[in-house]
Design a protein around this ligand. Sequence first.
Ligand code: FAD
Ligand code: NAG
Ligand code: NAG
Ligand code: NAG
Length: 505
Amino acid sequence: MPRRSSLFIYTLISTIIISVKAHNLDQQIPLVLSNHSHPRPSWSSPPVSNPTKSFWTDTPNANPLAHEGSTGPLGFGGEDVDVCVIGSGITGISAVYHLHRYLEAQGSGGVERKVVVLEAREFCSGATGRNGGHLTRNPFSGYAAREHNYGKENAKKTYRLEDYVSSSIADIVHSHGLVDTVDLVKGDHITLFFTEEEEKRALQDYKDAKEGGVDLDGVKFLDRTTMFETYGANYSGVFFPSYNLWPLKFVSGLHNITSSTESFLKLKLHTLTPVTSIDSALPSNSASKHTKWIVTTPRGALTCKNIIHATNAYAPYLLPQFQDRIIPTRGQIIALRAKTSLDRLQRLSWQANLGYEYWFPRPEEKSEDGECKPPLVILGGGRDTAGPGLDQYTVDDSVLNGRVSKTLREFLPDLFACTGMFEEGREPEMEWTGIMGFTPNGAPIVGPIEGLEGQYIAAGFTGHGMPRAFAAAEAVAGMITSKMTGTEWEAPEWLPEHYLTTWEY
Ligand SMILES: Cc1cc2nc3c(=O)[nH]c(=O)nc-3n(C[C@H](O)[C@H](O)[C@H](O)COP(=O)(O)OP(=O)(O)OC[C@H]3O[C@@H](n4cnc5c(N)ncnc54)[C@H](O)[C@@H]3O)c2cc1C
Ligand SMILES: *[C@@H]1O[C@H](CO)[C@@H](O)[C@H](O)[C@H]1NC(C)=O
Ligand SMILES: *[C@@H]1O[C@H](CO)[C@@H](O)[C@H](O)[C@H]1NC(C)=O
Ligand SMILES: *[C@@H]1O[C@H](CO)[C@@H](O)[C@H](O)[C@H]1NC(C)=O
């Protein structure tokens, strides 16, 4: 069996240097996957109720579903719910989308299923509503380590999955006429190498991935001079095609698709409804084959036949057995007005400094007199300067880290010094934080939860959820559909086995 060799794993795409050991996880409880009660870790709570305001969630009219279903009775008048989804981010709503799709495929012989989404805060106000907006698949980074740890087929699948997700999301956006609504941009991506070490590593990964048979279409390495002359950044780097979009609007679009068509799926979305506990509904001597679960919220309880934990960084609150496998990690973002036109900046998304910093310019806006304003640039990062603990083991996205704020303000004017593209000292128009869910090996955690029949998880996207969560949600939706229809679940060809909860390290 391949083994995880190191806690320190590098990928070009996501910010995943984790220091699990170094941190004050004072109650380091051995991992026991069972339904025994585990103490909740001290850093764990439901999402805080007063998060910082993000560009995506708090631009006027951006979030019409913000308070959907936050008053009135819960669920379907006391009837058992087939699937309770906890969390309304890209994972939770993608799971609903896939359940809808599977039920549709059954046609007229299908059975009606009731699905409830429970969201602690406003609609899509977790990481998905507060992230960097990059739908950037990782084309090759980390290949050799993945092949060593999980085998060649699984290593290749990690890249295939991201390819599948980014093209599926683009297809959905196009086929539902949502390109302008969600500001989907098919642009190019550049990852800059600040050090020779980074560059050497990327070249090696590229070579290994190529030998391993990973599809590397469109990937080009650029030397420092070309980069400087073409894009204004005085570093070498690598270039490949990618997308960016308004994540919250894409998730709202997915929700609209599932709720607008008549189907076998009956959906209720309840925002401002945190789940505080989950208990087994059946006495242990019951003859029933399937467990039911009582899902408790301050507004009352629901009885659920299946549960999907789509709570990413927050998963350990309801599932303390995951406390050393999903580490909440705070990221910070600014929306900074550039000093020049989008033409000059170019429609690129960027990443640098091992992925700590990532940014892209938004589409151009017109001011009241019809002139084009320089675009807003969404820039995240600075966590390597956050101070001791690197803003890990916290779910508090109601505050900013001042050290990170300083790093973010200086980053673009420094990088593009003397180009006139950014103004030194300019204050961002918005600044916010959000909580990512890091796993020690960087791989998401997908599938049934041992000892809790009917409960599933899709979480742990390690700062890189946009090209992965949709597929993780599809896998759990497929498992639940198979269970409901009494058929055997077949793993999709793009799903790496080591993403599954059943994988043994
Ligand atoms: C600052 C930042 C920048 C990022 N940038 C990028 C990027 O550019 N590209 C990229 O690919 N990824 C990025 N990510 C990561 C990406 O946003 C996540 O991987 C992805 O959004 C995870 O989606 P999710 O639906 O699983 O989790 P979330 O969007 O966090 O959704 C989980 C939801 O569950 C709800 N919830 C939690 N606990 C409970 C409870 N007990 N009861 C009810 N509801 C609950 C939360 O309120 C939340 O809405 C970034 C993340 C952050 C924070
Ligand atoms: C670009 O970087 C090189 C190497 O670090 C340096 O010698 C050169 O002066 C830099 N050029 C500019 C315009 O900053
Ligand atoms: C979803 O539907 C609502 C109501 O019709 C609409 O206002 C909103 O713009 C739609 N959102 C997206 C992203 O399509
Ligand atoms: C879970 O709890 C039930 C009822 O308390 C018990 O019968 C069962 O053995 C437990 N399962 C595990 C894996 O601990």
